[in-house]
Design a protein around this ligand. Structure first.
Ligand code: HEC
Length: 229
């Protein structure tokens, strides 16, 4: 074998093997996963994952680049201590157990999993449990420093519309300035509905209680807000 052929072969193996193992195999492995149907201890039929995200709002999350500063991924213990952080899971008080790490199924029916790469702000996997107040989110998105004076999160003021105050003013106005008030645009509403729908901490069925295995059709969108936009 001449040295060029050996070099090319070495190059192909060096890059090809990791690509095969880290990209191709997981892609095929995860492409076919579906919701799980199982029976809980009381014999009720349940689905895993329980919740689905509000996809209209996810588009705004994507467009505004929130993923550059926020993750949506609770790392397993060997990679970090996310699971021990208070309020990062369903249980907001002192936890009886650790928040479980994220699973591939948690991102089911999302066109893209917004895992994120760095945390300038907190992880948002379960922000729907942590901050369930729509008004809080609007006030925060409009002016993060009005909520936390130390915040480095940019303001998303452009998602709010300026309008003249009518009568006593709108109930959902986030700010007023003279004769004008600022109200959430449909995009801001959709984004907040999305944040409220982020609840990726449903119980993982234990293998003992799983009965029907993979469901062929997606689980009903039980927690999908009726109309956020
Ligand atoms: C430049 C980085 C940056 C970007 C971009 C950013 N954030 Fe943040 N975010 C932060 C920081 C820092 C905090 C913590 C301080 C605070 O609460 O304001 C935060 C906090 C939050 C919180 C409160 C979380 C909690 O548990 O207290 C929410 C919700 C949130 N951001 C949503 C968003 C959304 C939605 C977007 C996109 C429209 C976004 N962020 C874009 C940096 C960012």
């Amino acid at each position: 074998m001449n040295s060029l052929r050996r070099f090319t072969l070495g190059l192909a193996i060096t890059f090809g093997l990791p690509w095969l193992v880290l990209v191709v195999v997981p892609t095929f492995k995860h492409a076919s996963i579906g919701a799980m149907v199982y029976e809980d201890a009381d014999g009720n039929q349940k689905y895993f994952p329980e919740s689905t995200v509000f996809t209209n709002g996810q588009l705004v999350y994507q467009a505004e680049g929130c993923v550059t500063c926020h993750t949506q991924m609770i790392r397993p213990m060997y990679a970090g201590f996310d699971g021990q952080r208070k309020g990062w899971g369903k249980d907001q008080e002192k936890r009886p157990s650790l928040t479980r790490p994220s699973e591939a199924r948690d991102y089911l029916r999302e066109s893209y999993a917004y895992l994120g790469v760095q945390r300038n702000g907190p992880d948002l996997s379960n922000v729907g449990y942590r901050i369930a107040d729509e008004k809080w989110h609007h006030a925060h998105l409009y002016d993060p420093r009005a909520v936390h004076a130390w915040s480095t999160m940019p303001s998303f003021r452009h998602l709010y519309r300026k309008q003249e105050i009518q009568g006593a003013g709108s109930e959902d106005a986030v700010a007023t300035k003279g004769r004008y008030e600022y109200v959430p645009s449909p995009r801001a509403r959709a984004l907040v509905q999305y944040l409220l729908s982020l609840k990726k901490d449903s119980d993982v069925p234990s293998s003992r209680s799983t009965t029907a295995g993979e469901a062929s059709s997606p689980a009903p969108a039980a927690s999908q807000p009726a109309d956020g936009a």
